[in-house]
Design a protein around this ligand. Structure first.
Ligand SMILES: *Cc1c(COP(=O)(O)O)cnc(C)c1O
Ligand SMILES: [Zn+2]
Length: 418
């Protein structure tokens, strides 16, 4: 490991510190004692500044190598992950009545989602540590990204998915040559089985929340947003939340860049969940501890009834004076249409949920029309064709004659658009 720039691991609960690589979770606190990587910011400052970043021709997440828990030797062999587009969304701004909206497009990562950033760390660490296989349980994207990068680097991947995983994502796993076990149970049961199998076989554990290094990969999306916005953060960053690792990663990005003196303002984080599975929102609104939630939503990537990274995620929203919000599936389907028709972006339900959350937060006065917002577009819509069809229906059938088409064309012109 690139221990040069990492100081130690620190428990989020008891604040005890441990050497890098010693444990995944705190031995005194158990599974809730998620560990956090602490860096030597004074040394990093000498290597990474606004100027060195400007001149860096590594246009991937590895431009932030000094802040990543991996050795540099194998990064160059990876597929291109990160340094994804950052768009101003003029047409959605007008639609929403919002001063400024930006979209960070994570759907163009190699396996089509933001999860590639975390899986890259998993695969590189497995190589660094000489572990012969990688494994995880997942509702889909964590697994497909792990399978993708493991294939690229020639390492076997053992994947456990709940049986409700969308077919697009399961197909992706099989195309990448992963060993796939479809588990006849919910996400929680799938997770338990993977945990036991990983211990039994000694594979590299890419289960996001308990692995303290993966959030270090996810945080690079935050670094990029700040760099692409000339180190002047927007008022808000909105992202959908399942386990809570992505929002925790964005908070880590804020923390690191503040420590390095690269940004001065703290953007507020909007954590968006689906009403059908909203444990964070329910805990936030009732001011009570997190309770297991049902998993009834089309947004499978954020259908996590028992979030594995609650402390860091709650902390992220609290520390930035942000907010939590839930949106119903109909609004998620509407947001999928809005992203497509207004910006040419194809989003899976969990990704579109962030936009639905922004719309709802504007309605509730949480976000002001005068503010600026970044929406993180976390995953590509082609991953979930079944729900894409729910959003848009099927096109009308036409007989292959011009007159029939003209007639249909005339009648369709009257159909309203979002
Ligand atoms: C995983 C995922 C999320 C949420 O990330 P968590 O770390 O589970 O909170 C959001 N959108 C997509 C597309 C994802 O795959
Ligand atoms: Zn502890």
């Amino acid at each position: 490991m690139n221990t040069h720039f990492m100081k130690h691991l620190e428990c989020v609960l008891c604040k005890k510190t441990y050497p890098i690589g010693a444990y995944f979770t705190c031995p005194s606190c158990g599974e809730k004692g998620i560990l956090d990587v602490v860096y030597d910011y004074e040394t990093i400052k000498k290597f990474m500044t606004k100027d060195t970043l400007k001149q860096d021709d590594d246009h991937s997440m590895f431009r932030y190598r000094y802040l990543l828990p991996v050795q540099t030797d194998h990064m160059k062999d990876m597929l291109k992950i990160g340094w994804t587009p950052f768009y101003r969304a003029h047409r959605l701004e007008t639609y929403l009545g919002l001063r400024k909206l930006f979209i960070k497009d994570e759907s163009v990562n190699p396996s089509g989602s933001l999860k590639d950033r975390a899986s890259a760390i998993a695969v590189l660490q497995a190589i660094d540590q000489g572990v012969n296989a990688v494994s995880c349980s997942s509702t889909g994207n964590a697994a497909s990204s792990l399978a993708c990068h493991a294939a690229r680097m020639g390492i076997p991947a053992y994947i456990f998915v709940p049986k409700r995983a969308p077919i697009g994502k399961v197909n992706q796993l099989l195309l990448y040559g992963a060993h796939v076990t479809l588990v006849d149970g919910d996400y929680n049961q799938t997770y338990q089985l993977s945990k036991e199998a990983i211990e039994h076989f000694g594979w590299y554990n890419r289960n996001a929340a308990v692995n303290p290094y993966l959030v270090e990969g996810k945080k690079t999306v935050g670094y990029e947003i700040f760099e692409q916005k000339d180190f002047r953060p927007t008022d808000w960053i909105a992202v959908s939340v399942g386990d809570g690792c992505t929002i925790a990663g964005i908070y880590k990005a804020i923390y690191d860049f503040k420590k390095l003196g690269l940004i001065h303002k703290i953007p507020k984080l909007l954590g968006v969940q689906s009403e059908g599975c909203a444990p964070f929102v329910e805990a936030y609104l009732s001011q009570s501890p997190l309770k297991k939630a049902e998993e009834h939503t089309i947004a499978d990537s954020i259908a996590v009834g028992v979030p594995r990274n609650p402390i860091k995620a709650i902390h992220a929203v609290e520390k930035t004076h942000g907010a939590w919000i839930a949106v119903p599936d109909e609004k998620i389907l509407e947001a999928m249409r809005l992203l497509g028709t207004h910006e040419g972006l194809c989003a899976e339900p969990a990704s579109a949920a962030a936009l639905a959350g922004i719309k709802e937060a504007l309605k509730q006065g949480i976000i002001k029309p005068s503010e600026s917002v970044v929406m993180i577009h976390t995953g590509h819509g082609l991953k979930d064709p079944v729900n894409a069809q729910k959003a848009v229906g099927s096109p009308p059938l036409c007989s292959p004659e011009l007159n029939a088409f003209i007639k249909q064309h005339e009648s369709l012109k009257e159909t309203p658009h979002d």
